[in-house]
Write a protein that binds this ligand. Structure first.
Ligand SMILES: [Zn+2]
Length: 349
């Protein structure tokens, strides 16, 4: 092979062997691209205003999400800044969680999924499909703050490892750290029977990641949505900032592990948007059309550093599943014809 062709082949060679998919529940594109909205702070929220308030939008968003803007948006791509001509949206008309996670994980909106009830998902997710392949079997895992995920990922059928809500990590060979985290989970008074904290979700996922080395890891965080429903803008921002920090820690760890460094891609998104100021930001759903606007970020060795996307084609939530698969060199669309296509710009040269 002529040397030029060899160089070209090396340049174009697909590098991603592992994918980490992370979701922030209901984190608005407004906070992601413009940072804290000054008008939404109450008098009592001076500490949060001090922490996240800045004059310029670029400074506000970097103060809120330093990893997303300092690393992901510099080395990868982020879609969804509507005012700059990049629209990302959900295609399901429900604009709440289960329909959104179904669309993210399966690649299409499904009118049958019309509640957050824990009904086993009739659809096969890209995670279940990957887990069915020899190369991924037993190496796909999901951790979630919300205990609806065993239903969303239909564990009875899929056999996926899903740890969600007030559930300990089970199985042989647990590390000391995992055992301790299980004890913390069981020793805590949880105000909601169906949710645990994002902090514990992260720590449990991280400990599991270190022990089992999954090829596909999905982590779903939820507090950004919970606090918005309660009207606590300060805690929405703090939760978002913490989640950004969790992802930064995991990414740093990935770069220190030979099995992952330079071979791992990261996809970050949200299940739905929310309404606008001054009141509808607390909510989302069928009655709030603006909650269809989301954002999607991709970082990894196969993703060009195009940064914050502007004036580009619209992308949809239904493209996330195929994008995750394509990053791994797999074709989800061939298995699920209803799925949106991978985001072409984000998956290769
Ligand atoms: Zn919600």
């Amino acid at each position: 092979m002529p040397i030029l062709h060899l160089l070209l082949a090396l340049l174009l060679a697909h590098k991603t062997e592992n994918v980490i998919l992370v979701t922030y529940d209901g984190l608005r594109w407004q906070e992601v691209f413009e940072g804290a909205d000054e008008s939404l702070f109450t008098k009592e929220q001076a500490a949060a205003r001090k922490a996240y308030g800045r004059d310029a939008a670029d400074a506000r968003r970097t103060a809120l999400l330093p990893f997303l803007w300092g690393t992901v948006a510099k080395q990868g791509q982020i879609f969804g800044n509507g005012p700059k001509g990049s629209v990302a949206r959900v295609t399901n008309d429900k604009r709440f969680s289960y329909p959104g996670y179904n669309e993210i994980l399966c690649g299409f909106g499904d009118a049958r999924i019309d509640s957050n009830d824990k009904k086993p998902n009739p659809n096969v997710s890209v995670l279940e499909w990957l887990h069915g392949k020899d190369a991924y079997r037993g190496r796909v895992a999901a951790f979630a703050e919300w205990d609806c995920f065993p239903a969303i990922l239909n564990v009875a059928r899929s056999g996926l490892f899903v740890n969600a809500g007030i559930a300990t990590v089970e199985g042989p060979g647990l590390s000391e750290r995992e055992k301790t985290l299980n004890q913390v989970l069981l020793a805590t008074t949880w105000p909601h029977a169906d949710q645990r904290s994002d902090a514990l979700t992260f720590l449990m996922a991280q400990a599991y990641f270190e022990r089992t080395k999954p090829r596909v890891l999905f982590i779903s965080f939820g507090e950004t949505d919970e606090w918005a429903h309660e009207g606590r803008y300060d805690f929405v921002l703090e939760s978002a900032h913490r989640i950004d920090g969790y992802i930064a820690r995991l990414w740093e760890e990935v770069q220190s592990m030979p099995a992952y460094a330079g071979k791992t891609s990261l996809v970050i998104t949200t299940d739905h948007g929310r309404g606008g100021a001054p009141e509808e930001w607390k909510s989302h759903g069928e009655k709030i059309p603006a909650s269809d606007r989301i954002w999607i970020a991709v970082l990894g060795p196969d993703t060009r550093a195009l940064g914050e996307r502007t004036n580009c084609a619209e992308v949809t939530q239904s493209q996330v599943a195929a994008t995750v698969a394509a990053l791994l060199g797999e074709d989800w669309g061939a298995a699920e014809s209803k799925s949106g296509k991978a985001i072409a710009d984000a998956i290769g040269p």
